[in-house]
Ligand binder design. Structure first.
Ligand code: ADP
Length: 488
């Protein structure tokens, strides 16, 4: 039982999935819209044409009867029928008229007395209906009773001069023949509409699949791009598909570039991490092969080992800092900070490093600056810039850090009297692991990640960084950061 009911649930689930898939299909929706359009068009067209046909037929019949009434009215006056209804000719004409239209003719004199009723029901009686009164006033009346299917026409009978009303004539005629014609046409129209809808359904199914064909081609091409790294999308069937193709191709390029840079990054990381390890291995192996090596050699090698470990540690720390920035994205710990104090603290910490190469560290502050920043990330950036200015400097050189601000931004400039950077290299120095002189950078403990960290931190603060350098003269890095943090 359980299994059975379980199976049933699965089937109904599949059915449901199929149903939603069917309804969500663009092809089906286009086809359904076209069919709906054709069905509604047929319906309203049929309704409109039949209605106009009926109205036109009623109007023609009314006009016909009115003209007959006028002729008959003249004959009634000339034969003085209102006073004497014995005229066999007139009576024959009246009954012919009522037979012809399957209706009833009632003649009323000027005292509202019925002098003739072709149904012979109310002769001699007095009638004071609204239409009769209107006719008495000289007006013609027409009423179409759609429900009971008859037209009632009231006509005044005028004397020769056409001024005095001598009597009234009421004629009611059946419109059943018109209704029969309409019903016949309706049946025909229904058959035609059904055929048109069938053809429309077939056409709609074809048009639906034709219209979505470019989309199918697009999805096939995308599949191929993913599977075989195939050609770019070129679907120009519609303007919209061209736009989507272009946008997708741009996205694809970006994705490939990202993938390449990710692969390059992983290769760089493993290479950089392996280099100190390889040095350590060489040092250890050579110690192991020299069983009777003197203590001095041990001490020297241990010192080298310690340096390599320190280097590995620095690479890992820089990598972690970068990855953390990438991961946390916009997660900055923004607080109002005294930037002057922050820079002074960093310079104090780096002074011993500068003194090793007899480099003068100068801080020039034009005003006190308070800004909304992430203290840790900004401090890391300033440290990297000043550290580079010291590392890539000359003996007895100088490093000048200046701080200024306007109403919107603060500007931090780090200028050095160092070796400088070749112009063609300046656009690359912010890339991860990029070093102008690899061996020199490694010698002085560089990882090639420092400026990438600086750029990331500056961008996170919605700031900008610029570099200007002259070979042999020195380098200036200018950082511009908004005083008030701009949340996205
Ligand atoms: P590294 O850890 O190698 O210093 P960075 O990303 O901090 O890596 O810097 C990238 C490269 O830019 C450095 O290897 C160096 O060649 C060059 N560079 C950075 N700052 C300076 C500077 N102040 N003067 C000269 N060259 C610099």
């Amino acid at each position: 039982m359980f299994t059975q009911s379980g199976e049933l649930v699965i089937i109904s689930g599949d059915k449901f999935k199929f149903k939603t898939k069917f309804i969500k299909s663009l092809r089906v929706r286009i086809a359904m819209l076209l069919i709906l359009f054709v069905v509604l068009s047929c319906f309203f067209l049929q309704l409109g044409i039949l209605k106009s046909y009926e109205q036109r037929s009623v109007a023609v019949r009314t006009a016909e009867i009115q003209s007959q009434c006028t002729i008959l009215g003249n004959q009634l006056v000339s034969s003085n029928y209102l006073k004497n209804t014995d005229s066999a000719v007139i009576n024959a004409e009246l009954s012919q008229l009522s037979n012809l239209y399957n209706g009833r003719v009632v003649i009323i004199d000027d005292e509202f007395r019925i002098v003739k009723d072709t149904y012979n029901l109310q002769e001699g009686k007095t009638i004071v209906a609204e239409d009769v009164v209107k006719c008495y006033r000289g007006e013609q009346t027409v009423n179409y009773d759609e429900e009971n299917r008859y037209i009632e026409i009231g006509t005044p009978i005028l004397d020769y001069d056409g001024k005095h009303v001598l009597g009234m004539m009421l004629i009611s005629v059946s419109t059943q023949s018109i209704r029969d014609n309409v019903a016949f046409l309706e049946t025909n129209a229904d058959i035609w509409s059904f055929c048109i809808c069938l053809v429309a359904a077939l056409a709609a199914a074809m048009v639906g699949s034709m219209l979505v064909r470019p989309l199918k081609r697009m999805s096939r091409s995308i599949e191929e791009m993913i599977k075989f790294d195939g050609n770019y999308l070129h679907e120009n069937a519609y303007n919209e598909t061209s736009l989507i193709s272009d946008a997708f191709n741009r996205l694809w390029d970006r994705f490939k570039l990202l993938d390449e840079s990710r692969e390059e990054f992983v290769a760089n990381v493993s290479h950089e991490l392996k280099t100190p390890l390889a040095s350590m291995k060489v040092l250890c192996d050579s110690l192991l092969t020299q069983s009777d090596a003197p203590v001095e050699i041990y001490q020297e090698f241990m010192g080298d080992l310690s340096e390599e470990i320190e280097r590995e540690n620095k690479i890992i720390n820089d990598l972690l800092a970068l990855v953390k920035m990438d991961k946390t994205g916009g997660n900055l710990n923004i607080e109002s900070q005294d930037i002057n104090a922050l820079v002074e603290r960093i310079l104090k910490r780096l002074r011993p490093l500068a003194e090793k190469s007899n480099i003068e560290l100068i801080f020039e502050s034009y005003r006190s600056v308070i800004a909304e920043v992430d203290e840790v990330k900004l401090a890391l950036s300033v440290t990297n810039l000043v550290e580079n200015a010291i590392k890539y400097n000359k003996e007895n050189g100088w490093v000048q850090v200046s701080l200024n601000a306007d109403h919107k931004y603060f500007y931090l400039k780090v200028t050095d009297s160092g070796i400088g950077i070749p112009e063609e290299e300046t656009e690359h120095i912010f890339e991860r692991f990029y070093r102008v002189d690899k061996s020199h950078s490694r010698e002085i403990g560089g990882t090639g990640l420092g400026l990438a960290i600086v750029r990331n931190a500056v961008i996170m603060h919605r700031g900008a960084i610029k570099v200007h350098s002259e070979i042999g003269e020195g380098t200036t890095f200018t950082v511009r950061i908004p005083l008030n943090y701009i949340a996205k």
